[in-house]
Write a protein that binds this ligand. Structure first.
Ligand code: KG4
Ligand code: ZN
Length: 398
């Protein structure tokens, strides 16, 4: 099955063609093209995304981007209606005017080509980045716990099956990516903040860091210590705005801070990572999950990827070494059970939207072009509208 994905929820205009294949017991996703036109350079001078500017750029870029995705996948425009089985498009959450550009484009193509349309939640797309170009994917066993960390969200999601989500933890204020962006602004190192902080942090010897066991234990090798908000709370929620404020006060008191930017970045990054890892491990144990996944732009962070893997592996090795019985039998299966998307699919792209679309298409979760609508605050657990009467869409790939 060939799916065209379209994503315009924030500042990336993206289109992709994926091929979903049913190979007996598994459904695999292969990317045929993945085109992302980034507006980072445009928004950099404002220190963040300007919604009106973003929407105008999407309008200019969307058709060239879709066209390039078709060309790269070797699909001639005049053959598109024949070759493509469905169009998956992000309907929310995101910037309303940006989302509308993608939706109207997808709607028009669905109408003209007479191809079914699939509404995708942006967060769901991030989750399905984990299902791209993976072979074999037999390691994905439900229930899955997904830590989804982006510029707009920090969530722990339990996935009971394809398209079945329960949000068990959320941020009470700033998202992790937002915290990185705001901290980078305070440190005057540019936008987007995540990669800028990661690059500065890499200059500070990382071996100085340890995993904290309690919130009071911080990086002892560094002269700077920031809090690990909510690390020991009994729920699975997050809070990062206090961390940013703590950084602000530290900088105000430290006249020499400009000379210590890498150290500040390393400590800030570690504070975020410590909380993300601690909460993920807690939830994974409590809910006895079989697979842990990372998703979202912050999942591009190399330290987070490395440390999460190390932490999960050490959970198993420690129990074996001490001759103990693991707290749950499932924990033993955690080795190699951490799934991290390929770097190029962590930040916003349309291949992940198309991948999510493929799994929805398998369930014929289509929506008529007349009914698709934007929802800037779309919740992950909202189910797509019921299947319309058959005349409203062209059911294919039965
Ligand atoms: O998923 P994404 O591309 O867009 C949203 O859906 O928000 O995520 C963007 C966020 C930004 O806040 C950016 O600073 C952060 O992801 N980010 C990173 C890294 N690369 C991007 N954060 C930490 N480390 C990175 N390497
Ligand atoms: Zn995103």
């Amino acid at each position: 099955m060939i799916i065209l994905g379209i994503e315009t929820s924030c500042d990336e205009t993206a289109a992709a063609i994926i091929e979903g294949k049913d190979v007996g017991t598994q459904n695999l996703v292969f990317v045929r093209s993945n085109v992302v036109s980034s507006q980072i350079e445009i928004h950099k001078k404002y220190g963040g995304v300007v919604p009106e500017v973003a929407a105008r750029e999407h309008v200019l870029n969307i058709l060239p981007v879709v066209n390039e995705a078709l060309e790269k996948a070797g699909i001639k425009r005049e053959k598109a209606a024949e070759k493509i089985d469905a169009i998956a498009v992000t309907v929310g959450p995101g910037l309303i005017t940006s989302l509308i550009v993608g939706i109207e484009t997808a709607k028009t193509l669905s109408y003209v080509w007479n191809i079914p349309l699939i509404a995708i939640n942006h967060i769901e797309g991030h989750i399905y980045a984990n299902f791209i170009d993976r072979f074999p994917i037999s390691d994905f066993r439900f229930p899955i716990l997904v830590l989804t960390v982006s510029g707009g969200h920090t969530m722990l999601v339990l996935m009971a099956g394809h398209g079945k989500y329960k949000v068990i933890g959320d941020t009470r204020d700033d998202a992790a990516g937002e915290a990185f962006d705001k901290a980078a602004k305070l440190l005057n190192i540019g936008y987007p903040g995540g990669p800028a902080i990661a690059a500065e942090a890499a200059k500070f010897p990382i071996s100085d860091f340890r995993f904290p066991i309690k919130s009071s234990i911080v990086n002892r090798q560094s002269s700077i210590s920031l809090p690990r908000p909510m690390i020991n709370s009994s729920d699975y929620d997050f809070s990062f705005s206090g961390l940013k404020t703590a950084l602000l006060y530290k900088l105000k008191k430290d006249k020499m801070w400009k000379k210590k930017v890498p150290e500040y970045c390393a400590e800030f990054q570690q504070a975020v990572i410590d909380v993300l890892i601690a909460k993920t491990i807690k939830a994974a144990r409590d809910f006895k999950v079989k697979t842990v996944m990372l998703s979202g732009g912050v999942a591009a962070n190399q330290e987070l990827r490395k440390q999460m893997k190390k932490k999960i592996e050490s959970q198993i090795t420690n129990y074996h070494r001490l001759g103990g019985i693991p707290p749950t039998i499932n924990i033993i299966r955690w080795r190699d059970k951490l799934q991290i998307p390929d770097l190029k699919y962590t930040t916003d792209n349309a291949a992940m939207i198309a991948a999510a679309g493929y799994f929805r298409a398998l369930k014929k979760d289509f929506i008529p072009w007349q009914k698709i609508k934007v929802d800037p605050n779309l919740e992950l657990t909202v189910i797509c509208p019921p299947l319309p009467p058959r005349r409203d869409w062209r059911g294919r790939g039965n």
